[in-house]
Design a protein around this ligand. Sequence first.
Ligand code: RM4
Ligand code: MN
Length: 387
Amino acid sequence: MTSFGEIAARLEGQAIEVPSWAYGNSGTRFKVFGSAGTPRTVQEKIADAATVHRFTGLAPSVALHIPWDDVDDFGKLRTYAEDLGVRLGTINSNTFQDDDYKLGSLTHSDPRIRRKAIEHNLACVDVMDETGSRDLKIWLADGTNYPGQDDLRGRQDRLQESLRTIYDRLGADQRLVLEYKFFEPAFYHTDVPDWGTSYVQCAALGDKAVVCLDTGHHAPGTNIEFIVMQLLRLGKLGSFDFNSRFYADDDLMVGAADPFQLFRILVEVVRGGGYDGDDPVAFMLDQCHNIEKKIPGQIRSVLNVQEMTARALLVDTEALAVAQAEGDVLAANRVVMDAFYTDVRPDLAAWRESRGLPGDPEAAYAASGYQEQIEEERVGGTQAGWN
Ligand code: RM4
Ligand code: MN
């Protein structure tokens, strides 16, 4: 069995990007509950993200959504973030809230609307130039509700054409990351429903186009770690949107609904060289905290990823290889389960302290007074994108 001491150093470089929208109010289609201390500006969202990083050492960058986080001067916003100790990360484009996009955006049959959606993404690349961001993440709400509503193949062709225009605008060190989701808001078909579609669209574009795997975007029962393995094998796993789900795209705290699944995913990430190999996969959270406090919700989430990464690193790969070669089914499974059942929390707490971080970041945050301060100072914050 591998020991914590042997893997601790590999945890040092772990970075989990947090989403600006996690700090705004969010809810379901029935109700968005307001919460005290909600950011009123993008600067306040970044301050909250920086707070997560201060207590955990795990979240050095924050993802933005355009236009939710639009500002006049992104250079200034970048300096503001850096002064707080964080970077501006992935830029997410938003083509799902304008009336023009009711029947699609990059796939729309009307060239004017396609052009508008392309222009929005090009403007996002302009933002990336200023923020120093590497990734443009595209998630599309495009799809149809009824058979016959539009030509499925025509939409796929138009998608490729639109993506090509955006791709050609990327700088040498920038990437286009295409996220898939099997349904919702469209209910009959979705234009990028699965990893295969995202993969073929990206493969046709080139090396700078990669797939984003949002853990909540699959049908129930899907073997997500298999997809992780396959995309890593193909060199096309660009990033994760981590969250967890019981039913559909629940956007709950990562590791909350199914910690074992998170472990199995991370085992494949480690196995495939996606964790600390030459071209590491971007770890991000994509969550909404509807009823729990947002900053502690993000702290809990990044800690859950760290904990499961540690357990995944604990897998005794040599013993596993031997068992697999011998066809020893039970021994092989035991090696994996031994790592999963190892409680790394005390070791992680001590290790954090040895690096000048609080052993218990959640308790340290609760004792810090930050929550009370924002609840008092910030009145009227509603900065969720869909309010
Ligand atoms: C979408 C998708 C995107 C995220 C938005 C807020 O469902 O998961 O990643 O940017 O929600
Ligand atoms: Mn997502």
